[in-house]
Design a protein around this ligand. Structure first.
Ligand code: NDP
Length: 256
């Protein structure tokens, strides 16, 4: 009973921004459960290399695709092409994201635009391209990647927080529209994990100290610790769970 509930083998998952970082770990996690994974990023060589690595490590089939999620037309075409080539994904993980830090008064327009495009508009473009096919089939799982910053503000990242707050409400709105097609849409909001995106932070001893003090678990997250929540949200175990935002943050957002 329990195994079938959480069984996600033989499903097909598209994970945006999975050439490295959290998306890569999530792809590895799904592949280790027997899910066929479509790896994605802008650098096709890197995506292909990672696809080979994950396939070798897990024995799962791993495909590689490349497109810029901030380009609405390119995204639409690429998603249609991958549906033709691989079939309609059962699972979409909207993970690709960007972080740029600067004091609010000095924040550049181009950085604001890049954050909105990468962290928010892209979820709309990719989901809009894929969910009609999921709706037609009558099933699907969409998991958006938010952040603790959807709930907590911090200096120098107001635009990032705004995009992640938007991701949470987009999740709720998509869930409302897509539930009738048996598509569940949820959000996972990670705490602090050491990736390329935040290299400057984890290389800074005082920021490390802040994370350890601010997080009840007193440490950064390990990549593997995101996988269980994702597997749950991709599986039949969460068939009546939609529009939710689950924090995987060592308790950070539950305390002041
Ligand atoms: P990384 O910078 O390590 O990875 C980002 C991924 O997104 C890469 O695969 C990158 O590939 C891809 N990507 C970025 N822009 C685009 C684009 N325009 N088109 C296509 N692909 C793109 O970031 P993280 O792994 O740290 O972050 C992943 C997600 O998790 C983000 O949404 C982030 O906001 C969120 N998050 C991260 C936290 C952390 O502590 N690291 C905490 C909370 C949330 P390429 O550049 O080759 O295109």
């Amino acid at each position: 009973m329990t195994k079938a509930l959480f069984d996600i083998s033989n499903r097909l998952a598209l994970i945006t921004g999975s050439s490295r970082g959290l998306g890569n770990a999530l792809a590895r996690g799904l592949a280790s459960q027997g899910t066929r994974v479509i790896l994605h990023g802008r650098d096709l060589d890197r995506v292909k290399e990672e696809a080979c690595n994950i396939a070798q490590e897990t024995g799962a089939s791993v495909e590689a695709v490349s497109f810029d999620v901030t380009d609405a037309q390119a995204t639409q075409q690429a998603v249609e092409a991958l549906i033709d080539q691989f079939g309609v994904p059962d699972i979409l993980v909207n993970n690709a994201g960007l972080q740029r830090r600067a004091p609010f008064n000095e924040y550049a327009t181009q950085d604001w635009d890049a954050l909105i495009a990468t962290n928010l508009s892209s979820l709309f473009y990719v989901s809009r391209a894929l969910t009609p096919a999921m709706s037609k089939r009558g099933s699907g799982k969409v998991i958006n990647i938010g952040s603790v910053q959807s709930k907590l503000a911090r200096e120098t990242i107001a635009p990032y927080s705004a995009t992640k707050g938007g991701v949470v409400l987009l999740t709720q709105g998509m869930a409302a529209d897509l539930a009738r097609f048996n598509i569940q849409v949820n959000c996972i909001s990670p705490g602090y994990f050491k990736t390329e995106m935040n290299t400057a932070l984890w290389q800074d001893p005082s920021f490390n100290q802040w994370v350890e003090k601010r997080t009840p678990a007193q440490r950064w997250g390990h990549f593997d610790e995101l996988v269980g929540t994702l597997v749950y949200l991709c599986s039949d175990a969460s068939s009546f769970v939609s529009g939710q935002n689950i924090f995987v943050d060592g308790g950070m957002t539950s305390v002041v």
